[in-house]
Ligand binder design. Sequence first.
Ligand code: SF4
Length: 212
Amino acid sequence: MNDQNLPKTFCPMPGINAGMLTLEDLERITDIVRKYDVPMVKVTGAQRLYFQGLKPERLAELKNELKIPDGLPHTRSRVHYVQSCPGKTWCKFGIRSTDNMSKAIAALELDGPLPYKVKVGISACRMCCCESWMRDIGLIAEKKGWRLSFGGNAAGTPRIGDLVADGLHDDEALVLVKKTLNYYLTTAKYKTRSARFMERVGIDELKKNVLG
Ligand code: SF4
């Protein structure tokens, strides 16, 4: 079978945090590829890892092993994905570490289901390698702390996120991300992306509800 004839199926590898892969992750991935004869592994633009092109019956077996339910590969009670740059630990330009922040945001417990997908981009300096301004939640590190934006989007009608606050320490940034998402999920209509929500509500109203 050549690539043209492969099924358009895919399955995400759970537990990969912002594209960081340990030796154990790599060994597990290799085991899966061998066991299920996976035609292609793709590192996505969102820094996730997808097994692609499996026949439907093999896909079902793999999903079963990975405990991935049928339907959407994500839950609305958590952010869709967190994308982060290597940060201060691995990049000479990095001002802050991104590893703990990306894990903490991915694990955030919210007050309920989100209206729609929420993508997070974390960049450890103003070069913004993770395009934070174009994500629903954007964090960019500066010397004085994190800069938090909300309502960015890179899709059909692109939008640069609104600046919610800056100069935030790690704990402050995490608290404000949670408050912002909780405000969004209690205020926005179902299936309204943050960009469209912010066009309607405006940054001043958001700030009034999440700051202070
Ligand atoms: S955003 Fe800055 S710190 Fe992060 S990878 Fe890019 S240059 Fe390095």
